[in-house]
Ligand binder design. Sequence first.
Ligand code: NAD
Length: 287
Amino acid sequence: MSAIIMDGKALGLKIRESVKVQSTALKEKGIMPCLAVVLVGDDPASMSYVKSKDKALGEAGMESRDIRLPEDTSEDQLLSIIAELNRDDKVHGILVQSPVPKHINEEKINDAVAPHKDVDCFHPDSVGNMILGRPGFLPCTPHGVLMLLREYNIPISGSHAVIVGRSNIVGKPLANLLIRREYNATVTLCHTGTKDLARYTLQADIIIAAAGKPNLIKPDMIKERAAVIDVGINRVEDSSAQKGYRLCGDVDPAVAQKAGFFTPVPGGVGPMTIAMLLQNVADAAKK
Ligand code: NAD
């Protein structure tokens, strides 16, 4: 029996519809929800992410303030633009597209965004609030993963969740959210220092792969009927594809034959990230 495919596109659309309703209510009160998206340089993948965010914001009835800056923008120039956006009452959320060029310190940039506009949840205050369970924005991709697990009624409480990847934007926040009382999972966080990854993934009721390694998780690494969430979005060369590459996840698609639940790439976690970003912008505008 093959896995139930978790349709992030459909759930993402449902959330976006709800955000649109919230956005209409805000506009009736004279508030136009607005996200400022800052892009430094012309990295093709970043440009395409920014374009899809613009489109999603427009469809949700929100304003997207696009700020495109040349690759040679200095750190000070970027910091002063962020300071200006922090002061601008018409801007509710600020997102600086990652990665920024190498001559700019990304940590300094994340620290410069006012926490009440930090819809990406990258500021140390936002991260601290998230870990302590205090009110604040939740990071978009981890929040999207949790929404998907809930939508498909996957038992989380008492489960063993194995996360592969310890990044600040996916692995670490997900581990922290899953151990909250409201989720109540037992978490194992694997990373490049983990010896014998399969030893851990084989014990998992829920596997969340966020390593950025194409097809890292194979069928012989999972327990029968496990829920497998693939966060990975990797470009692999493919001469038969129009663009010369195709997207693939961190999980071998053959896993779907053994798993209980499975997220496709594309169409799984990706659309959830954007939906949760829109929800954070709506929440920021409400405040
Ligand atoms: P990252 O490169 O910052 O971190 C990857 C982590 O995986 C590291 O902590 C590393 O220790 C671990 N890792 C790498 N190889 C491993 C291995 N062989 N075994 C065990 N652990 C290993 O990546 P990131 O920013 O967290 O992104 C991870 C993937 O998720 C990428 O493919 C990225 O494109 C994708 N992503 C998708 C979304 C989305 O919306 N779906 C959002 C963010 C990231």
